[in-house]
Design a protein around this ligand. Structure first.
Ligand code: LCS
Length: 393
C-alpha cells in the first residue's frame, strides 16, 4: 500500500510497492547477481528500456528497489538511488553535478571525508570548491561564481550541529540556476524534508538513523526531478556504487521503526542536553533543542524535532574530553551515530582528523569538542553513566 495520505510511520512500514508473487509479508532478499530473460526478445526489450524487467543487480534488484522507493516516498522525491555507503552517495552527487571547470559551494562543517575528498581528490579532476559558513546565507551569496554548479549543505552539520536555512539557500541558488543538495543524515526524513523546503537532491548515510542498528554501512540519494534522477542513477550504475541486496534488506527492516526510534532517542537527548548544560564541568553545549543554540529559532521552523545528536566542550579541553571518554561504561566509545545505542567520540582525533588544522579551526572543530549520539536506552542510565564519567575529569 503506497497511499501518499498515510502518516509517516505507516509509510515507513508499508511504502516501497513490492508485491511478492508467493505472498511473502516481507520483501525477500533477491540474493542474485543476474536475472534470466524469458527469451532473446525479452532480453533485448529489457536492455532498450521497452520493458521494465531486471537485468543485473548493479543496475537494479527488487530488494534494493523496494528500499529506494520507500525512502523516496518518505522524502517526497521522484526516485531513490541506493548506494553502497554514505560516501558512495556523496560521490554520486559530486560526480553527477561537478566536473572540470565547475565549482562547488559548501558549508564549512561537513562530515570529514565529504570535505576532505573535495580538497584532496577532486582538484585532480579540475573541480574547484569554496567552503563557507552557510549558517549565514550572505556568505553563500558571496561565494557563488559563474561556474558554480552545486551548493552542498549538511544540516545539522557533523559535528558542529550548525543549522543552515535550506529554504533561503535554495531560493538564492535557484535565482542562479544552481541545484542544492542537502545531506539529511542527522535528521532523516522523519525530522526534516529538504525537498519540500526547496532543495533538489537529498542524501543519507543510511548507516545512521535510517538503518539505526549499527550493523550495516549504506547510502541513499533522492532527487526531486526525473532529470537529476537519471543523471545520478547513471553514475551509480557505471561507477559500481550499488548496494548489496542483503544490506538493502536489513536497511528496509530498520527503516520500519525509524519514527519510533527517533521519538525515543530525541526525548532522551533533550534530557541529556539539559543535564549537560547545567553540569559544572561542561563549558559549552550545542543541541537544537536548547534555547542556547545559535539557530534555535531556525531549527524549530525547519525541523520537526531537535534530533539525537549533541556536541559539547569540557572545561579542560582535550585532556578532559579524553578522560571522560575513557570512563564511560554504557555509552560506547565509537564513531558513527544514529543507532539505538548511545555513542560518544572525539571528532578532532577521529572522524575529522584528516582535516587541516585551519579547516578544523574555521569549522569550529575544537580539540575539546565531544560528540554524543544519544540512543534509546533508559535515560536515567545514560545520564548516570555520563555523570560518573564526568566525575573522573
Ligand atoms: N554524511 C554524514 C553526515 C555522515 O555523518 C557520514 C558518516 C557520511 C555522510 C558518510 O557515510 P558512510 O559512508 O560512513 O555511510 N559519518 C560518520 C561519523 O560521524 N562517524 O563515523 C562515520
Amino acid at each position: 500500500m503506497q497511499d501518499e495520505n498515510l502518516g509517516f510511520n505507516s509509510r515507513a512500514v508499508h511504502a516501497g510497492g513490492f508485491e511478492d508473487p508467493k505472498g511473502s509479508a516481507v520483501t525477500p532478499i533477491y540474493q542474485t547477481s543476474t536475472f534470466k530473460f524469458e527469451n532473446a526478445d525479452h532480453g533485448a526489450k529489457c536492455f532498450s528500456g521497452e520493458e521494465d524487467g531486471y537485468i543485473y543487480t548493479r543496475i537494479g534488484n527488487p530488494t534494493i528497489n523496494e528500499l529506494e522507493n520507500a525512502v523516496a516516498n518518505l522524502e517526497g522525491g521522484f526516485g531513490g538511488i541506493g548506494a553502497s555507503s554514505g560516501m558512495a552517495a556523496v560521490n554520486i552527487v559530486y560526480l553527477a553535478f561537478l566536473g572540470a571547470g565547475k565549482h562547488l559551494v559548501a558549508h564549512n562543517s561537513l562530515y570529514g571525508p565529504s570535505r576532505a575528498i573535495m580538497e584532496s581528490l577532486y582538484p585532480k579532476y579540475g573541480v574547484e570548491s569554496s567552503f563557507v559558513d552557510a549558517t549565514n546565507v550572505e556568505n553563500v551569496r558571496k561565494a557563488i561564481k559563474p561556474n558554480t554548479s552545486l551548493i552542498y549543505l549538511e544540516t545539522p552539520a557533523n559535528p558542529t550541529i550548525g543549522i543552515t536555512d535550506i529554504e533561503a539557500i535554495s531560493k538564492l541558488a535557484h535565482e542562479h540556476n544552481i541545484p542544492v543538495c542537502v545531506d539529511n543524515t542527522f535528521c532523516s526524513p522523519y525530522l526534516q524534508k529538504p525537498l519540500e523546503l526547496g532543495a533538489d537532491v537529498v542524501l543519507h548515510s543510511m548507516t545512521k538513523f535510517i538503518n539505526g542498528h549499527a550493523d550495516i554501512v549504506a547510502g541513499m540519494v533522492v532527487s526531486k526531478t526525473e532529470e537529476h534522477y537519471k543523471m545520478m542513477r547513471g553514475v551509480m550504475v557505471n561507477m559500481g556504487f550499488n548496494m548489496d541486496p542483503h544490506q538493502a534488506w536489513l536497511t528496509r527492516r530498520g527503516l520500519k521503526t525509524l519514527g519510533i526510534r527517533i521519538d525515543r532517542a530525541q526525548e532522551n537527548a533533550q534530557k541529556v542536553a539539559e543535564f549537560l548544560e547545567n553540569h559544572p564541568k561542561v563549558e559549552w553545549i550545542l543541541y537544537p533543542g536548547l534555547a542556547s543554540h545559535p539557530q534555535f529559532e531556525l531549527a524549530n521552523r525547519q525541523m520537526k524535532g531537535p534530533g539525537a545528536m549533541i556536541s559539547f566542550g569540557l572545561k579542560g579541553g582535550l585532556v578532559a574530553g579524553k578522560k571522560m571518554m575513557d570512563h564511560v561504561k554504557l555509552a560506547l566509545l565509537a564513531v558513527s551515530l544514529g543507532g539505538i545505542e548511545t555513542l560518544i567520540q572525539h571528532p578532532a582525533s577521529m572522524t575529522h582528523s584528516k582535516l587541516s588544522k585551519e579547516a578544523k579551526d574555521i569549522a569550529g572543530i575544537t580539540d575539546g569538542l565531544v560528540r554524543l549520539s544519544v540512543g534509546i536506552e533508559n535515560v536515567e542510565d545514560i545520564i548516570a553513566d555520563l555523570d560518573q564519567a564526568l566525575r573522573s575529569v
